[in-house]
Design a protein around this ligand. Sequence first.
Ligand code: MRU
Length: 312
Amino acid sequence: MIRPYYFKGDYLEVLDQRKLPFKEEYLKVKDEEEGARCIKEMVIRGAPAIGCFASFCFYLGVLRGREPERVYRTLINTRPTAINLKNSLDRMMRAYKEGRELLREAQRIEEEEIQRSERMAEVGAKLLPDRVRVLTHCNTGSLATLGLGTALGVIKKAKEMGKEVFVFVDETRPYLQGSRLTAWELEREGIEHRIIVDSLAGYLMAKGEVDVVIVGADRITPDYRVANKVGTYSLSVLAKFHKIPFYVVAPRSTFTREREIPLEERQEGEVKSCFGKEVAPKSSRAYNLSFDITPPSNITAIITEDGIIKTG
Ligand code: MRU
């Protein structure tokens, strides 16, 4: 199975996801400063993956003699929406305050995430019919988690269980997590798929070519509002209109007790260019809101490692 990073004792090797699917290149990360840069610049992304990665970065920062509060702040100020980052760092901070071994805590966070992936996949795959055409958004596989993945984990598990699975992969503008990363993972798994532009989803649903929509989540509030990659809300509206089940797959580490959801706004340049090539007038402004919020009324169910939450 692909891993987004490897812990090497006193440094990390992180797969540079910006280069995929063309190059498999690893960067060396020796402390929290370098780790924070990797998270901010999307070398590593995906809510559970950054949560796990940040816990090892926390350990490395403290190992290098930095003050834990400062290490915590450096890492938490990287990406605001994915709550897994805060949940993991809070655990590391608690371990520090209680005098527990930090490396052991980081390893525990990672092991738990791998187990959660496996259980969510099993719960979710059972819901799918034997022949199914799934539409998914962003990248929610091994690159975004540790283990099988969230939404993509369910898809992989369904295939493993012998179901006939076909996947429509939203390209996921502007960062192209779908066409670059999800398609790459599906290729490796031998799962039949086609990449589509995000705006084709609605028409495919209208033609009856989509049986189910499955996505991941970056943050789920107590009233089950789901923050996920921008475009998720539109998909949920389309699915509801066309009476297609809409599932969110997320581990408990993505849930929060807080009600507010900070939505990350990224640089305009990501929208105004495509892989280094400018695709808009220099003077035009862009609005690069990277996440949106889907209300529970648009969600058929949330699949977690310990069962199914019926929402809509
Ligand atoms: O900006 P990204 O690539 O970190 O966004 C990732 C997503 O939106 C995923 O759907 C989410 O993290 C949940 S699945 C691991």
